[in-house]
Design a protein around this ligand. Structure first.
Ligand code: FE2
Ligand code: FE2
Length: 324
């Protein structure tokens, strides 16, 4: 058996008036029912995956491959891309499970019937995503463990005490990042099966972001000041938690062994050499600016739109390059 446990407590809210309260959410619920698809039959699983067509899901489109990759023979480059993609998609797989559990909580905690009905559709959406990623990764390699930052982010939303934090952390931040990442990965892959996986999951994730935006736009102005401040701070923590991967692991008292190191060794790359080239590219501010960044490009603008970036918090995002 392979599992972890965390304790969460939520305050379940019964609602006794069943009429429409937030019409935009009730409309979204109708859209969600109409757009259901079946992970078992709507993906062309009968098509075999050509490994050369998969691409490397950890790459950025239009960005020059690393020298340590270019130095490999073609068949090793394909092997590396498959393994790195399996590692990346494994993190999405674990993230989908986290989203499924979080939406189960939303059904309980959100105060409006429209919000509960809609969240119930997202539980099955995320179940489908778990199903498709689990099935697809097996075409590439094995399931890799979740990165500590990802686990920390999901545990933070699962244990958050305000329902608005759950909504911001998952629906606005994590879902926007997922949308941006799927869009990027769709540009990279030429595999028809994986393309269909991204197309159908993105369609769902777009709806999930809409739910967060519609709900929070309505809710934030109604919140009292101390809770609003806590929500703003929570958004900042959620945005930066993934970037502090190692720290998170130390906090949990475990030693994180980055699976990428073993992947490099398996295909004949010296991990030290690979790391130093990656670090040197990451420390070039101009190169970083030119690279897509789903936090900066997708999540931050949404936080700004719903009024969660204020004079109190803006400078923190500026300091780490998440906004100008
Ligand atoms: Fe999802
Ligand atoms: Fe989602």
């Amino acid at each position: 058996m392979n599992f972890d446990t965390i304790d969460t407590t939520v305050t379940a809210l019964w609602r006794y008036d069943y009429d429409v309260n937030i019409k935009a959410l009730r409309d979204l619920y109708e859209v969600a029912k109409r757009e259901q698809w079946n992970a078992a039959t709507d993906i062309p699983w009968e098509i075999e995956t050509d490994p050369a067509q998969v691409g490397d899901m950890m790459n950025d489109p239009g960005v020059e491959p690393f020298d340590f990759v270019k130095a490999l023979p073609t068949e090793k480059q394909i092997e590396l891309a498959k393994k790195r993609s399996a590692h990346m998609l494994s993190n999405f797989l674990h993230g989908e499970q986290g989203a499924m559990m979080l939406c189960g909580q939303l059904v309980e905690v959100v105060p409006d019937m429209d919000g509960k009905l809609y969240a119930s559709t997202q539980v099955i959406d995320e179940a489908r995503h778990v199903e498709v990623f689990h099935r697809y990764i097996q075409r590439l390699d094995r399931i890799y463990p979740a990165m500590p930052g990802l686990t920390a982010l999901i545990n933070a939303v699962l244990t958050a005490d305000l329902w608005q934090m759950k909504c911001i952390g998952m629906q606005v931040i994590a879902e926007s990042i997922a949308m941006g990442s799927f869009k990027k990965m769709l540009e990279i892959t030429g595999d028809e099966v994986l393309r269909k996986v991204f197309e159908l999951t993105s369609q769902d994730e777009a709806r999930h972001v809409s739910y967060g935006l519609i709900y929070m736009k309505d809710e934030i102005p109604k919140m009292n000041e101390p809770d609003r401040d806590r929500l703003e701070d929570f958004a900042w923590t959620a945005m930066t938690i993934l970037a502090t991967n190692g720290l998170m692991e130390e906090k949990q008292g475990k030693k994180w062994v980055d699976p990428l190191q073993q992947i490099y060794i398996d295909v004949g790359i010296d991990p030290e050499k690979a790391n130093s080239e990656i670090v040197s590219r990451m420390s070039d501010p101009e190169a970083l600016k030119a690279q897509p960044n789903p936090f900066r490009d997708h999540a931050y603008p949404q936080l700004e739109r719903i009024g969660l970036i204020t004079d109190r918090t803006r400078h923190k995002y500026q300091e780490v390059g998440l906004t100008d």
